[in-house]
Write a protein that binds this ligand. Structure first.
Ligand code: ADP
Length: 173
């Protein structure tokens, strides 16, 4: 019987909303670590399209009964949250060179704050490398097709929302 400490990874993000790029990265992490905590940022200073409870519900729905993935929310310093969860790894996705500078800075700052926690980067399947939550919202608001780019529940929820009120900040320029 193994007595080694379980390897716990945190996948943090806004997930506003979850895309197939996020799903791809979380699935890759789930193959490497004993527990994967998808940590949905509460983001008090941003105005998300989906409230945090709904962003959590989406992750729960997409990963229902898919061990070892679980979902939680977090606020404040990510490394403090990771420590609280006994995580040794932070997982981030890298799509393009444009992600690199910000991610590099964040990873080094997090290492400065918590040297015992490692950041790992994963690349999604090529067909997801151009997807971002922001672009999904813009394309959808302008009437474009997003099927296959987000989990079906996200598309349904976006449709339901559009009937209530228009999605703000549509631009795609
Ligand atoms: P944040 O506001 O923290 O950047 P996001 O929800 O935008 O939150 O992203 C969370 C994580 O998922 C980040 O590591 C981001 O690079 C990654 N990510 C977002 N979209 C994709 C994608 N299409 N492919 C791979 N990783 C992605």
């Amino acid at each position: 019987m193994s007595t080694s400490t379980p390897r716990i990874a945190v996948c943090p993000g806004s997930f506003d909303p979850m895309t197939m790029g996020h799903v791809d990265i979380i699935e890759r992490a789930a193959r490497l670590y004993d527990r994967v905590v998808v940590a949905v940022a509460i983001n008090r200073d941003k105005t998300p399209l989906f409230p945090v409870d709904e962003r959590v519900a989406i992750v729960q729905e997409v990963f229902a009964d898919r061990s070892p993935v679980e979902v939680d929310t977090f606020d404040g310093l990510l490394v403090e949250y990771a420590r609280h969860k006994h995580a040794s790894v932070i997982v981030r996705g890298l799509r393009a060179v444009s992600d690199f500078e910000y991610e590099f800075q964040m990873a080094l700052m997090n290492r400065h704050l918590a040297p015992e926690i490692e950041t790992t980067f994963m690349m999604p399947a090529e067909q997801y490398t151009y997807i971002s939550s922001r672009l999904i919202k813009e394309v959808f608001a302008l009437g474009g097709q997003i099927d296959g780019l987000v989990p079906p529940t996200v598309e349904q929820r976006l449709r339901a929302r559009r009937q209530d009120r228009p999605i703000p900040h549509a631009r795609l320029t």
